[in-house]
Design a binder for this molecule. Sequence first.
Ligand SMILES: NC(=O)c1ccc[n+]([C@@H]2O[C@H](COP(=O)([O-])OP(=O)(O)OC[C@H]3O[C@@H](n4cnc5c(N)ncnc54)[C@H](OP(=O)(O)O)[C@@H]3O)[C@@H](O)[C@H]2O)c1
Length: 307
Amino acid sequence: MTPPTIALAGASGDLGSRIARALVRRGATVRALIRPGTSDSEQTHLKALGLTLVPADPLDAAALTATLEGVSCVVSALNGLRGVIVERQGALLDAAVAAGVPRLIPSDFSEDFTQTQPGDNRNLDLRRELMARADHAQIAVTSILNGAFMDMLGAEMPILQPGIRRVLYWHDADQPLDFTTKDDVAAYVAAAALDGTTPRFLKIAGDSLSARALAATMTEVIRILSISLTNQDSSGLPTPRPEPVSLPLASARISIVFANDSIGVRIIRIPFVSCRNRDSADPSTPRPEPVFLLLAPLEFSGVFNTF
Ligand SMILES: NC(=O)c1ccc[n+]([C@@H]2O[C@H](COP(=O)([O-])OP(=O)(O)OC[C@H]3O[C@@H](n4cnc5c(N)ncnc54)[C@H](OP(=O)(O)O)[C@@H]3O)[C@@H](O)[C@H]2O)c1
């Protein structure tokens, strides 16, 4: 059987390249839509992933439509504001409809924007705006709502504040927050892109935890760290334990590491434990295999306060 062809916009990006790899692993033919001016080195990189590169100019509707002939699903992992999320993806939507592509997965990959009020969050409003257009078009659309990327916890996502020993929250410390790793989202997108029966929304989460639960886990990590540090050897000096200690943090695992005299804490692995479509009782909902991810080290010292 001929493998299905998936068109991918944004393959050069962080999530896009992960989706590309996941699609190739699943046996899809991936047509990467690249912008005019993409560098030779980037093109070489994308080809090495096993992608077929197709120049795509959003201003040339006829050419864009031609690039989508024979495609079974268009996946977008583009990133930006109105010019990308609404306008660039709008051009992609129009071309996909004109080419008779049956399905589109737009670049949503966010919290559930069907539950937020217009005006609350600009980025979610832009997604809702595209959704309003796409839902009136002759194409089936699947939005993947995965919460925050787990990989950003302790990095770009500032809710862990080691310097002031706090976990930050807004409004409600008990509000559950969904987290899913980038690789898990990518694996899920690939499964959904190749499944012609995916519903309008796939709401997934590697796990959910509140700011309070996160603070409690961090406090427990530090408690274990303190016990470890009070181990005495025969000389009476504190002896750093060489082996890592680890605790589960929702779907992440926090590992306490000792190196010479320094002590660090790293989130090291994210077992893919509970990715699920919470709105669907359909057991055929795609469930990619577990994947593991090495996260950027999260170094901190001190005790995280509980609330
Ligand atoms: N839930 C979360 O916590 C979370 C966190 C981060 C991102 N996201 C979402 O995940 C999606 C992908 O984000 P990312 O971090 O992977 O983005 P990224 O690394 O910045 O990649 C963006 C991609 O979009 C392309 N692009 C940007 N502007 C374009 C334009 N005007 N025309 C054509 N292509 C354009 C880029 O192409 P070039 O390489 O040519 O520039 C690149 O391939 C977005 O929807 C983003 O909002 C979610």
